[in-house]
Design a protein around this ligand. Structure first.
Ligand code: SF4
Length: 357
């Protein structure tokens, strides 16, 4: 499928009902501080842009938190600039918090022609939300997602793994319960700690210990597995790319988190099949899974010995796909094992991180 070309407009903390403890959009996106600066940067971007984008997207703040007048001004000015350059009106995508996506705001976004809403869910655990400074409940998230679906929006959800109080069980519940509500797509941002944020202060003072790579790999495995199960498209798993690297003071410390997570889950599935069919069996999987399998091998290094894994010499990769009697792993399709089992199995060893100490 062709990747969408999205024209991004950063509104820098505009509309944010709170300052979340981990967030410094100004640092993460290197964005300008005022709306006028945002329009200047849009004009610059438009001058360089070749071809027609598929969509305009507002990121970096809480779009539904803007007051009515600002919201209309931002939409009309950006629509005008886009029409001037491309001669067309493009579909609009916005990001917003469950707190500000009230019934009346949802209706207004609809009226103003917004087609896609990305909801910053973050977590479905009350304690994690509270400690992150997000002032809504998991119940509210459900109401908002159902309301958006009912109004016919394309709905995206965003999660953060590893915030204070987060555990594998909580993360597993978060993705499972949200994906069961059938959003269209999802993003996962493993936590980075940025200097100058409240979480950065806690980290530097030794009051917060960020999770290690294994936590984020496992979270990514669960995120991908449940997404597959509920047919939710994974738009992204990865860190924000900071404009000022020097301000990032803690990060997961592992590359290719998405592939490692998927690979970990693949090893888990294969080990279950190996248990069923015996160690003499050859497991045949499509060639397209080769990279994921290798990343899974690398991911296993982060876990204690004895965790489910399959030796690569017991696995055959085939372009012809599913000729083996032992295993067929369609690219898209039902998973063979409930992803929740992965959480149960692994969380015995992956202990609770992210607690304030
Ligand atoms: S996480 Fe979202 S709502 Fe929270 S401060 Fe950052 S941009 Fe605003």
């Amino acid at each position: 499928m062709k990747k969408k070309r999205i024209l991004p407009i950063f509104i820098t903390h505009r509309g944010c009902p709170t300052r979340c403890i981990h967030c410094d959009q100004g640092v993460i996106e290197g964005v300008p501080p005022t709306l006028e600066d945002a329009f200047s940067s849009l004009r610059r971007l438009l001058r360089q842009w070749e071809g027609i984008p598929d969509e305009v997207a507002f990121y970096g703040g809480d779009f539904a938190g803007l007051d009515a007048e600002t919201l209309e001004k931002v939409l009309s000015e950006s629509t005008r600039l886009v029409r001037e350059k491309f001669g067309v009106t493009l579909p609009i995508r916005v990001s917003a918090s469950p707190l500000t996506l009230t019934e009346s705001k949802i209706a207004r976004l609809k009226k103003l022609g917004v087609s896609t809403v990305e909801v910053g869910v973050v977590s479905m655990d009350g304690e994690v939300l509270h400690r992150a400074g997000r002032r809504y409940s998991p119940k509210r998230v459900k109401e908002v997602l159902l309301g958006l679906r009912e109004e016919g929006f394309k709905v995206g959800v965003q999660f953060v793994s590893g915030l204070p109080g987060d555990t594998i069980e909580k993360f597993n519940y978060s993705v499972k319960s949200v994906f069961a509500l059938k959003p269209h797509f999802t993003r996962l941002y493993p936590l980075v700690v940025i200097k100058g944020t409240p979480l950065g202060d806690d980290f530097l003072a030794g009051r917060f210990i960020p999770p290690g790579p294994e936590f984020h790999i496992l979270a990514s495995a669960l995120h991908s597995a449940w997404a597959r199960r509920f047919r939710v498209s994974v738009a992204r798993v990865g860190l924000h790319t900071p404009s000022n690297e020097g301000k990032v003071i803690a990060r997961p410390g592992v590359k290719n988190i998405r592939q490692k997570g998927e690979g970990l889950f693949l090893h888990f599935l294969l080990s279950r099949l190996r248990d069923k069919f015996g160690s003499g069996a050859t497991l045949k999987i499509p060639s397209s899974w080769r990279t994921i399998f290798r990343e899974g091998e690398k991911a296993l290094r982060y876990f204690p010995e004895g965790f489910p894994s399959v030796e690569s010499d017991g696995v055959a990769f085939s372009d012809r796909g599913y000729e083996g009697v032992v295993l067929s792993l369609p690219e898209k399709g039902e998973l063979l094992v409930d992803p929740g089992i992965l959480a149960e199995e692994f969380s015995k060893e992956v202990t609770v991180w992210g607690a304030m100490v």
